[in-house]
Design a protein around this ligand. Structure first.
Ligand SMILES: C[S@@+](CC[C@H](N)C(=O)[O-])C[C@H]1O[C@@H](n2cnc3c(N)ncnc32)[C@H](O)[C@@H]1O
Length: 225
């Protein structure tokens, strides 16, 4: 897949959201973690601050901090506008309004932007992309993939999903994917194919309920080990 600058919509969640989306325990947070498609999420910055071991991979890291900042600003109105039009697909409880959502996301992305230059030097941010990752076999204890696989069911093929999951399983002992819904908050048509494919490859796969739900019905992750 060729990633074009204009194709990439940088949009990032917070450490607290990652912890709940993936049911991360204090023991999980001490593991060697890889975040695939982390983009401008603040998970890497905040986990590093807490002494964690985290590497994030995303094609957006090919760009400079100023280019990413500019892209976030350009994207903001579009993403917030789309969310406003589709408010019925979300649960407005913990996040009370579209405006509050915008503030929370911008605060997470500001933390990322502040951390990005140092993180690039420390190789905590790796510019690369699925379905092929620049890591050795089982280099990580835990790979997390938030809001990329399954979410973009309309844009990314089933074959891309299968190859990407194989690759995540190659580089990590355990893989967790969230959400299992597409952008319209429908269960992705790929989920059952993916589960069958992974089970045929003798992997343990479970769908696990998590303490996070923003897209309606989006409260499970896929755990592969
Ligand atoms: C909606 S954002 C999610 C960001 C973050 N994971 C979060 O949940 O806040 C999707 C991210 O996937 C990245 N992405 C797109 N194609 C990718 C690929 N083939 N491999 C890895 N990341 C990719 C984009 O650059 C973008 O940062």
């Amino acid at each position: 897949m060729t990633i074009e600058y204009h194709d990439i919509k940088p949009w990032g969640r917070s450490f607290d959201e990652y912890v709940r989306m993936f049911s991360l325990t204090p023991a999980d947070l001490k593991r060697k973690i890889m975040g695939c498609g982390d983009g401008p999420a603040s998970f890497n910055a905040e986990l590093t601050e807490r002494g964690g071991n985290i590497t994030s991979v995303d094609p957006v890291y090919h760009f400079s901090v100023d280019q990413i900042r500019q892209r976030i600003c350009e994207t903001y109105d579009d993403v917030i506008g789309q969310t406003r039009k589709n408010q019925d697909k979300f649960i407005w409880q913990e996040i009370g309004s579209v405006e509050e959502l915008g503030r929370i996301r911008m605060s997470a992305m500001a933390k990322f932007l502040e951390d990005f230059p140092a993180g690039m030097i420390q190789k905590r941010y790796i510019p690369d992309a699925l379905p092929s990752l620049p890591f050795g076999d089982k280099e990580f204890d835990l790979a997390l993939c938030s809001h990329l696989l399954f979410l973009y069911t309309d844009n990314l093929s089933l074959e891309f999903h299968l190859r990407s999951l194989e690759e995540l399983c190659r580089v990590s002992n355990e893989v967790r994917i969230f959400p299992l819904l597409d952008v319209n908050a429908n269960r992705s048509l790929y989920v059952d194919h993916v589960i069958d494919f992974l089970k045929t490859g003798k992997r343990n796969v479970t769908e696990v309920k998590v303490p996070y739900e923003f897209q309606k019905g989006g409260n499970t992750m896929l755990k592969i080990y």
